[in-house]
Design a protein around this ligand. Structure first.
Ligand code: GDP
Length: 324
């Protein structure tokens, strides 16, 4: 598959984050003299694109270290750097571009982890999709189904939020739109029994990927935990192993609050990866850095719009390069 196809729409969806961040950064580094306050302003710009204080501070400290190691700056330049007051644009001195490149490298290093690839190597795979209502979970299940069907997988999707009639109807509408079979139960049917039927169908018929949509009523944590644990137990029992992936869906426009949601779900169920939706409409793409760096979870997919094709695999390199 061509690389640009895999990451289609990804760069475009970062437009707002990029616009907000690079506008601020360019204005900081448009001066001929770097003042101590400029690196504080850079830190502020990072926080405004929804990178946490802690990570933004680490990034700025990392930039200082990186640029002080650059050959050609010389002892005088290094001394000035420690004082954070360096003339820009002179030969052998720091330029705004050097700082910007150091920023890019620093962000890359924060998000380049050695995560294994998505676990879809088995003959029959199951992905469990969790997350708070409204973040774009059902839409993501629909889009992900099509994503894998387009890449040769025989996919079924299951509607395990039986509490919300709209949830089931919405997923069935996605099934009609994308030609993917949907397993759904009756209203208020035990979600685990819908999961059981879906796993059985995956095993008995010629399917190789089951994607399960779940409920997201986080206000009743105990109930949700029981519900998710039961679904997981049924999957393990029926398919001989737990879900191959448990992805949490979060909404980029909620910024740092999305990180809190991930922390809360981690208390309920093991999470193996994150899908970030609505990046197209948000300038808060900075949370991606914290998801990887602070929560140590891989970002697997990015939602880049409402229509079926608006999903893209995540790449740390493309993310860092697209930001500037
Ligand atoms: P759920 O309650 O978590 O299942 O959320 P839904 O799937 O119903 O989505 C909530 C709203 O977000 C819907 O209007 C979707 O069309 C919209 N949505 C979902 N993903 C994206 C995305 O990546 N970009 C944009 N712009 N909208 C999205």
């Amino acid at each position: 598959m061509k690389v640009f196809e895999k990451f289609k729409n990804f760069k475009d969806s970062l437009a707002k984050t990029k616009e907000a961040l690079s506008e601020k950064i360019n204005s900081i580094f448009s001066f001929t003299k770097l003042e101590p306050a400029d690196l504080d302003r850079l830190e502020e710009a990072l926080v405004l694109s929804d990178i946490s204080f802690q990570t933004a501070n680490e990034i700025v400290e990392g930039i200082k270290k990186r640029v002080s190691n650059i050959k050609g700056i010389g002892p005088e330049g290094q001394r000035k750097l420690t004082e954070v007051s360096v003339r820009l644009g002179q030969q052998g001195a720091l330029t705004g571009d050097i700082i910007k490149n150091a920023l890019k490298d620093e962000i890359k290093s924060k998000i380049s982890r050695d995560f294994p690839g998505i676990n879809i190597k088995n003959e029959k795979n199951i992905f469990l999709i969790v997350g708070v209502n409204g973040v774009g979970k059902t839409t993501t299940v629909g889009k992900l189904g099509k994503y894998y069907a387009d890449r040769g997988k025989k996919v079924i999707i299951a509607a395990c939020d039986t509490f919300r009639a709209a949830g089931k109807e919405q997923l069935e509408a996605w099934g009609n739109k994308t030609g993917i079979e949907v397993v759904s139960g009756k209203e208020n049917q035990d979600p685990a029994s819908v999961a059981h039927d879906a796993v059985q169908k995956l095993k008995d018929k010629d399917f190789n990927l089951l994607i399960i949509d779940t409920a997201g009523r986080l206000h009743n944590k105990k109930h949700l935990m029981e519900e998710l644990s039961k679904i997981k137990r049924i999957i393990s029992k029926t398919n001989g192993r737990p879900p191959d992936e448990t992805f949490i869906v979060i909404d980029a426009s909620l910024g740092q609050n999305s990180l809190v949601q991930v922390e809360q779900f981690k208390e309920l169920i093991d999470i193996s990866g994150v899908i970030i939706t609505k990046l197209d409409g948000s300038a808060k793409g900075g949370i991606i850095i914290d998801v990887i760096h602070k929560l140590n979870l891989p970002v697997r997919f990015i939602g880049t719009g409402e229509s079926p094709d608006k999903i893209s695999e995540f790449s740390p390199e493309i993310f860092a390069d697209s930001l500037f």
